[in-house]
Design a protein around this ligand. Structure first.
Ligand SMILES: [Fe+2]
Length: 334
């Protein structure tokens, strides 16, 4: 099914927690009080909300994980405050996977409470390797868009249309180890790639921005054959020893280069902000909202301003004194 969430009812998810909402709202504008710009989008990833029951089940005795739970919860609040306080608010939010850390009803209910803070924003979600597809569906079923039909069995894929571009949301989560917190590298699979190609062909009138959780990770042989990448925004620090990207990256790239209206591919998973360009396609790795693997890398999210012939991306670090706060990149479609 597509994972589009209607603006959630604060009454339902924040019942009995008026103090929570009051504390959250202190010093922020209401989303209703600012204007939404239909060309402005908020791109978030890797919020990794972590529940007490997940810690007890998977990380008992792990002090670092105990300490992480309140940090990721507060980081979500900080991102939400920033979003709501923007003078011109983004029209919609895209959350690119690893919404929670383990899965399970408790964690998706935590996520629902956080989404409730975002009031009127429509939210679209992809699945990461820390998510659990069925637990997500079961928690949010009532809040998904009525009448959405299943586009692809057993995957949360969708098409989100806008004036200047269509967002195509893919699902790279494999459920080979459903009860493990980290379910491993991603894969799209042949059925999804076929669906994706048909969607690209039927939406060729506008630029396409493709979103999936796992990073593109081509084989060594493919990289040797594929030519150089042009770095647009460097990561704050080189990443060492990271494996577990998209297993069928070669097949995805082979498809992407045949579709000239694909202008950008947006991924999460790496928890680091960087952009490179390869064969006229921009590859955007989103920063993490929850936590980073490297202290030099800021936590945050991106504001995307779509234009006729490109997009402006602006990094919103949660610590607004960070040197990379409001780093901008102008992407030109060619
Ligand atoms: Fe993650």
């Amino acid at each position: 099914m597509p994972a589009h969430l209607l603006p959630l009812s604060r009454r339902q998810f924040l019942a009995g927690s008026a103090a929570t909402l009051a504390a959250f709202r202190a010093g922020t504008l209401s989303a209703d009080e600012s204007q939404a710009d239909p060309d402005s989008w908020a791109l978030l990833s890797d919020t990794h909300l972590l529940s007490a029951s997940s810690i007890a089940r998977h990380y008992a005795g792990n002090k670092a994980m105990h300490q992480r739970a309140p940090v990721v919860a507060e980081n979500f609040n900080r991102a939400a405050r920033q979003l709501i306080a923007l003078p011109t608010r983004p029209a919609e939010i895209l959350l690119n996977g690893d919404c929670v850390h383990v899965g399970g009803k408790d964690e998706y209910e935590l996520l629902a409470h956080k989404f409730a803070l975002l009031e009127t924003f429509p939210i679209h979600v992809t699945m990461g390797n820390h998510d659990h597809r069925d637990d997500f569906t079961n928690t949010f079923q009532e809040h998904t868009r009525r009448g959405d039909r299943v586009l692809l069995e057993n995957r949360h894929v969708s098409v989100v249309k806008s004036r200047h571009a269509n967002f195509i949301l893919l699902d790279s989560l494999t459920m080979q180890n459903p009860n493990r917190p980290v379910k491993g590298p991603g894969i799209l699979g042949r059925d999804q790639l076929e669906w994706f190609e048909s969607v690209l062909d039927s939406h060729s009138d506008k630029p396409a921005v493709v979103m999936l959780h796992h990073n593109i990770d081509p084989s060594d042989d493919y990289q040797k054959r594929s030519g150089a990448r042009e770095v647009v925004v460097e990561s704050a620090s080189p990443f060492k020893g990271f494996t577990g990207g998209l297993e069928d990256s070669d097949q995805l790239l082979d498809l992407l280069v045949t579709k000239s209206h694909v202008k950008a591919v947006v991924t999460g998973h790496m928890h680091q902000f960087r952009i490179f360009k390869w064969r006229k396609i921009h590859f955007v790795s989103l920063p993490s909202v929850g936590y980073t693997f490297d202290a030099k890398e800021p936590v945050g999210w991106l504001r995307m301003q779509l234009q006729d012939d490109g997009a402006m991306l602006e990094l919103q670090t949660l610590d607004t004194t960070h040197t990379r706060h409001r780093t901008r990149a102008d992407l030109r479609w060619s």
